[in-house]
Design a protein around this ligand. Sequence first.
Ligand SMILES: NC(=O)c1ccc[n+]([C@@H]2O[C@H](COP(=O)([O-])OP(=O)(O)OC[C@H]3O[C@@H](n4cnc5c(N)ncnc54)[C@H](OP(=O)(O)O)[C@@H]3O)[C@@H](O)[C@H]2O)c1
Length: 316
Amino acid sequence: MAKAAPRTVLITGCSSGIGLCMAVQLARDPGRRFHVIATMRDLRKKDKLEAAAGDTLNQTLTIQRLDVCSDESVAECVNSLPEKQLDVLVNNAGVGLIGPLETISIDTMKHIFETNFFGAIRMIKAVLPAMKQRQKGHIVVISSVMGLQGIPFNDVYAASKFAIEGFCESLAVQLLKFNIFISLVEPGPINTEFEMKLMEEVAKSQFPGVDATTVHSFKDIYLPASHEIFTTMGQSPEFVAKAVVNIIAKERPPFRYQTNPLYTPLVALKYADTSGELSVSAYYNLLFRFTRLFYISTSFLKCITCRCFRRQITPT
Ligand SMILES: NC(=O)c1ccc[n+]([C@@H]2O[C@H](COP(=O)([O-])OP(=O)(O)OC[C@H]3O[C@@H](n4cnc5c(N)ncnc54)[C@H](OP(=O)(O)O)[C@@H]3O)[C@@H](O)[C@H]2O)c1
């Protein structure tokens, strides 16, 4: 039987993190099932990806410039594809933001939405007509558990991910008519150098004009707790990338996929009590009232997820 042609996968934001790992894992697929168009907004950053791609470069992986915030850049990249055709679009490009609301300008907030929300939509609009015509396609969006559950001091970032979740929930239903699937991938914290540096940088800020209670909550409670969560529950970009590769390879991909099962109970709280009281008070109590309990829980998690306790279970 003739071998199926490789599927073309375009990924945004491949200069680092999950995007880079996904591009390399797909390009190195032993069955050579994929041709990857790994894109980034600044080609001066391509060295890391080129090094990781090795001999797949210009074979199963090509690098192109693409800024998801620019109509021209998106059009240029999509128009360069043969018949503007893609099998899989992975909207990965994203920017984070943490801090007290009073210190964040409306322009900064718009920038977060421009990338995390409108950037993904700009891409989807550009590839959808050709996918509809072919009655075939898969759109993956790297969302976050913060697209399902807001976290203190991540207000604007969470809002941008909630927005893309709502958008995709609506669109997914219409697109099934065209045999086009949408998958929202919702990672929890991912341990990257970038994330740790961001937290260290923000910890040094003084936050002039912000009330003392909020500054104390952010610097002395939220940041240490967040650091603890990243080191306890954090996954590697390689692990998350592998989960996405598995989803892309599926004939019938899931609409939602949370990569981190440790996070699922926290997200489930809001569905357990539709008044919202349970999740709001649980987060408040854990963070501000029973902080010791929070650290005991994360130590317990560290303990039960430690390698020493992982036993291989073999069928008898
Ligand atoms: N890290 C986490 O804990 C975490 C958790 C859940 C979900 N996520 C999501 O996972 C995705 C990837 O993040 P990551 O953790 O891998 O972080 P990362 O290493 O910072 O990667 C983000 C990528 O997006 C690119 N990007 C930013 N603005 C862009 C634009 N306008 N056009 C094109 N590319 C742009 C960045 O390019 P530059 O190098 O040019 O800035 C970078 O390549 C994001 O959507 C993020 O929201 C991350």
